[in-house]
Design a protein around this ligand. Structure first.
Ligand code: ADP
Length: 403
């Protein structure tokens, strides 16, 4: 069975086709700068194999439809295609950010599901509109093939009330469903399962802390294999400092800037989501650029790194306490977590007294597989486990359509 996984962003679209029996990725790709003057499609055939082939096309994509039409033509191409017909795709799994409290589990898309995704635009202004667009493009270009929505909030459903409630008037929870939902759930769930497998533990016995550090970053505290606390909240803005998002700030700053600068709530929201974080502090969002600038003596870039590390360490300390100090593993994942040895080293620095000791040599090496980077005498193991949200989405999709 072949499953197409789509992760649609506002000006981009990531996709993969996975052969479920072998778990082999037949092709993957990224269409970028959709709607801009010149877009780019990078399409990889057998991306995980030695015989990988890469096709790059620079073209104007007015909308996601034109970008996906080009993808389909490559999928069906007699020379480089991986399909004879679109009907070989059994189902399409979509990453969707937010379904509020109404839907959290994977679900077959129908009009009701689309309406709920739309109702939650306000809670996921960067993601939900794009995710819905991805579904509508798939419905148009792959008629008759079922679409499944897999929500980023699923793993957060096990949060206890003391973790998901905000200390606002209780009626705001009752009437407006203002609560912590948690995001990157697909990644955190996948990592929890892989961590248990890696350590040879039963998933229900696992106590771990996952650091998903990418453009968007979040941390999850896992107790008994379930999400026990998580850093993102009602929206994916709360928690750690991110590429363009401010993370947790004093909430009084929002009315303050609205009053002082004359911003509307939407403008204030856009500043916090799109112009803050690493970008706001030093003008760069990509961690590789931030390091490069810091290396050249840029003080704001150096400050951005220190602030990011500090926000991770503060959350880490809180989660070690929530787990009563009994932790099997700390796990680094996603773009920064998997690749940035400097951030990993700074996060784990001087923590020997609480049982965390990095093997700096192992930490400095780059390898694609899951591995231990702590010293043999580190009481708490430190791991790098590459995340694979696409596989998690494909497996959830397969399970649902087989029912
Ligand atoms: P997304 O949230 O978009 O899925 P990713 O998980 O792909 O993001 O992570 C993107 C981040 O990972 C970027 O900030 C990028 O700079 C960072 N990154 C990727 N490779 C490296 C590297 N070798 N060193 C430091 N940071 C890296």
């Amino acid at each position: 069975m072949k499953i197409l996984v789509i992760n649609a962003g506002s000006s981009s679209c990531k996709y993969q086709i996975i052969e479920m029996e072998s778990k082999k990725v037949l092709c993957s790709g990224l269409a970028e700068r959709i709607g801009q003057e010149m877009g780019r499609l990078t399409h990889k055939i057998l991306p995980d194999a030695a015989e990988e082939k890469k096709i790059v096309r620079d073209e104007y994509f007015p909308t996601h439809v034109e970008a996906m039409e080009l993808v389909i033509s490559l999928l069906l191409d007699p020379e480089v295609g991986v399909l004879k017909s679109k009907d070989e795709i059994a189902a399409i799994g979509h990453r969707v950010l937010h379904g509020g409290e109404a839907i959290t589990a994977p679900v077959l898309v129908d009009e009701r599901v689309k309406k709920i995704i739309k109702e939650n635009f306000i809670l996921g202004p960067l993601h939900n509109p794009a995710n819905l667009m991805g579904i509508e493009v798939a419905e148009k270009l792959f008629p008759g093939i079922p679409n499944v929505a897999v929500f980023d909030t699923e793993f957060g459903t096990s949060l206890p009330p003391e973790a998901y409630m905000y200390a606002l008037p209780y009626s705001m929870y009752k009437d407006l469903r203002i609560r912590r939902y948690g995001f990157h759930g697909t990644s955190h769930k996948y990592i929890a399962r892989k961590t248990a497998e890696f350590l040879g533990k039963k998933p229900e016995d696992l106590r771990s802390i996952t650091m998903h550090l990418g453009n968007g970053s979040s941390m999850t505290c896992v107790k008994d294999g379930k999400c026990f606390d998580t850093s993102m909240g009602l929206t994916p803005l709360e928690g750690l400092i991110m590429g363009t998002r401010c993370g947790s700030i004093d909430p009084a700053i929002v009315p303050f800037i609205e009053e002082k600068m004359g911003y509307t709530p939407a403008e204030a929201d856009a500043i916090m989501n799109k112009q803050s974080g690493l970008l706001g502090i030093c003008g760069r969002t990509d961690m590789r650029d931030v390091h490069a600038e810091a290396g050249k003596g840029d003080e704001q870039a150096a400050l951005a790194i220190k602030m990011l590390v500090r926000s991770i360490r503060k959350t880490l300390g809180a989660y070690v306490f929530l787990l009563d100090g009994i932790v099997d593993a700390l796990v680094f994942t996603a773009g920064i977590g998997e690749n940035d040895h400097i951030v990993r080293s700074e996060v784990c620095k001087n923590l020997e007294s609480i049982g965390i000791k990095l093997n700096e040599e192992e930490n400095a090496v780059r390898r694609p597989e899951a591995r231990v980077i702590s010293a043999p005498d580190s009481r708490i193991k430190v791991l790098i486990i590459p995340t694979n949200e696409e596989l998690e989405i494909a497996e959830a999709t397969e399970k649902l359509i087989k029912k």
